[in-house]
Design a binder for this molecule. Sequence first.
Ligand code: DX5
Ligand code: ZN
Length: 214
Amino acid sequence: MKVAPSLLSCNFANMGEEIKKVDRAGADWIHLDVMDGHFVPNLTIGPAIVSAVRPYTELPFDVHLMIDYPLDYIDAFADAGADIITFHIEAMSDILMTIDKIKSRNIKPGLVIKPNTPAEDVFPYLDKVYMILVMTVEPGFGGQSFMEDMMPKVTAIKNECARRNLNVLVEVDGGISEKTAPTASKFGVDICVSGTGVFKAQDTAAAIESIRNA
Ligand code: DX5
Ligand code: ZN
């Protein structure tokens, strides 16, 4: 499994160095959580911060938009240096137009589903996306407990992709640590996002390594 540390749990006053730390510790991607205080009840970072920290690593930036009207912000995050942009299927925006807009900027598109959204809702878009992100917590805050009961959605998406011969990555986000990563691994997850599990660990490299090899 690939590991994408979520900067939500890093020291925001020292974000550049925190990125370098997880890069040196073996991270595969950097996960950036963008929240608008409307789609989710929290506010985090915008394109200015993404752009400011872009020079600190060459690892792919996996930008997770928890905002309404994601279509209106694709250019800003593309200019800021995103490599992958995921947006919520529940957000207010035309889904196909948003996917096309992301692709037009040479960025890989992904769709995200919240815990109450069924896996089947993403099926119409599986041939158009690079990745599906299955939330394993209610989006908005780091440090919540992993919802193991989301795993059947991973299986449903994987089975549907296999049936249609599609190659789509499946990422999980929320409550992933060395303790919960084995469950994700058992269900064939491709990428684990981990905030608290990586940034609050005593040994960053060991935490990343144990999630990867779970
Ligand atoms: C939640 C975010 C996650 C979160 C993960 O809304 O999308 O990326 O930061 O943090 P942990 O790993 O602490 O659950
Ligand atoms: Zn996230």
